[in-house]
Ligand binder design. Sequence first.
Ligand code: SAM
Length: 206
Amino acid sequence: MMSVTEIFFWIIVIILIWQIVIRIGRKVWHFPAPSFIGGFLDSDFRRWIQPPDLLLSRSGIERGMTVLEVGCGSCCFTPFAVKMAGPEGKVIGFDIQKEMLDQCSEKETELPELVQADAYNLPFCENTFDAVYMVTVLQEIPDPHTALMECRRVLKKGGVLGVSEFLVDPDYPLKRTTIAMGENAGFVVDGVEGGFWNYTVRFRKP
Ligand SMILES: C[S@@+](CC[C@H](N)C(=O)[O-])C[C@H]1O[C@@H](n2cnc3c(N)ncnc32)[C@H](O)[C@@H]1O
């Protein structure tokens, strides 16, 4: 019979092995997060470990802003962005997978405008948004540089880009990787908030 300590130990070992296997696999196979994890992405547990209001304020979202969420998935964060931008603002969320957006539509909260689109080719004009944000998305996109250049194109001059990452995500990058990617795409760092396991880098379009 295993003791509680042994059970805890083996759970940690299994999680670590799973993380290593999935991270190696992600280097070889690029595919969007499967839509069946939408329930986890938009769960109370997720909101507990990544509080939406905190992430959005770290991302620079303010009242009255025109906001775009890249890869909104099952809309864990977008309803909170709608509240934060208020009636004077506007929020649009997009995702490449219709199956993810369908899960947003099932919610009974106030939703943003939802669009099915690819981060490589955004269906918006230049200088449209005050703020663009994304949570655990950038590294999932095979060519993140092109996606960042698109974010830059649709942002207004002085606009803010929030990139949030979370250690549990198999595509998790270190802060310095995210910073380098943003800077390579012509952004300047405006702030870095949060710890190692759950951080946001806020950039500005100069
Ligand atoms: C790990 S999920 C995160 C979803 C949401 N941001 C969240 O934190 O709950 C990543 C999302 O990015 C989307 N995605 C991946 N590649 C994309 C692309 N090229 N364009 C738009 N969305 C993309 C996926 O469909 C998926 O919904």
